[in-house]
Design a binder for this molecule. Structure first.
Ligand code: 5GP
Ligand code: MG
Length: 184
């Protein structure tokens, strides 16, 4: 158990990634992106809301001029019927044509969300296009995706919270990644 035992950490059954390891890993990713994108026109597109914490730490680990923007993908469901059609909402997104884009997402699970966002961005003809995910679940994907070039952590196929990832909109501010008690 994490040494910090605040209100939120009491609800955590198992810590998967400690705060210090998150900080270290994001610094590494930032260094890698700094090398890969020197001299390029970097635009980071973050999917709301889960990836906001990851984005804010990641951009501060990148030593290059860059811009970031936000995208919302809403999964509509009618009654008990499953997802009908995801809706992409643009949030302060400049034209991404000709830019070097990194899509930033919190977690890769089935791949459906990332597949949809990747197709949406690819249609806008960026000069280059990669994906960064904070966590990737070890499992079979149900959608075909472009594999993320930047992956923070690989996690088991369980429901995880913290560092942007929520349970009923809570726990996003938990500075570590863990599995909740009594979920699943
Ligand atoms: P996918 O479309 O890949 O199945 O799922 C991606 C989205 O589902 C993520 O953006 C995230 O919002 C949510 N999600 C998937 N797995 C988890 C998880 O373990 N914990 C939390 N908090 N959200 C998840
Ligand atoms: Mg999400």
């Amino acid at each position: 158990m994490n040494k910090k035992s605040g209100i939120l950490t009491y609800d955590i059954e198992k810590v998967l990634v400690e705060e210090k390891d998150i900080i270290k890993r994001i610094k590494d990713l930032g260094r890698q992106i700094t090398e890969d994108y020197a001299g390029k026109d970097l635009l980071m597109v973050s999917l709301l809301k889960g990836s906001v914490i990851f984005l804010s730490d990641l951009v501060r680990s990148i030593d290059l001029p860059l811009e970031f923007a936000f995208l919302t993908i809403t999964n509509y469901s009618r009654g008990t019927k499953p997802l009908i059609r995801p809706k992409v909402g643009e949030r302060s997104l400049d034209d991404i044509e000709g830019r070097d884009v990194i899509l930033v997402e919190d977690i890769l699970d089935t791949g459906n969300t990332i597949a949809y966002a990747q197709q949406w961005i690819a249609r806008k003809n960026p000069a280059s296009f990669e994906t960064a995910v904070f966590c990737s679940k070890k499992k079979q994907r149900s959608s075909e995706i472009r594999e993320p070039k930047y992956v923070g952590f690989t996690v088991p196929d369980r429901f995880v919270v913290g560092y942007g990832l929520d349970y009923a909109e809570k726990y996003r501010n938990l500075p570590l990644v863990g599995i909740l008690r009594d979920v699943q």
